[in-house]
Design a protein around this ligand. Structure first.
Ligand code: ZN
Length: 79
């Protein structure tokens, strides 16, 4: 069963910016680099929390720009 990727972190070995962060069966985060194959497993909650804090959540890594930002009325500031 494939584990779900929850975010991305920079690979500490090759610098690949999108090493996948996943949760292990023991509920610790770990990273897998698709470029060099490095796997970084956490064996403590402290390590896991640190990795989760550093990672870019997958929602932010692939932003959806289907809604254009509203142009705000500047109230004549640029007159
Ligand atoms: Zn790597």
């Amino acid at each position: 069963m494939a584990k779900e990727t929850i975010g991305y972190v920079k690979c500490s070995e090759c610098g690949e910016p999108q090493a996948a962060v996943r949760m292990s069966s023991r509920s610790f985060a770990y990273s897998v680099c698709p470029n060099c194959g490095k796997q970084g497993f956490c064996r403590s909650k402290m390590c896991s929390d640190s990795l989760l804090n550093r990672m870019q959540p997958i929602e932010q890594a692939a932003p959806r720009n289907d809604k254009p930002e509203e142009v705000k009325d500047h109230g004549g500031f640029f007159e």
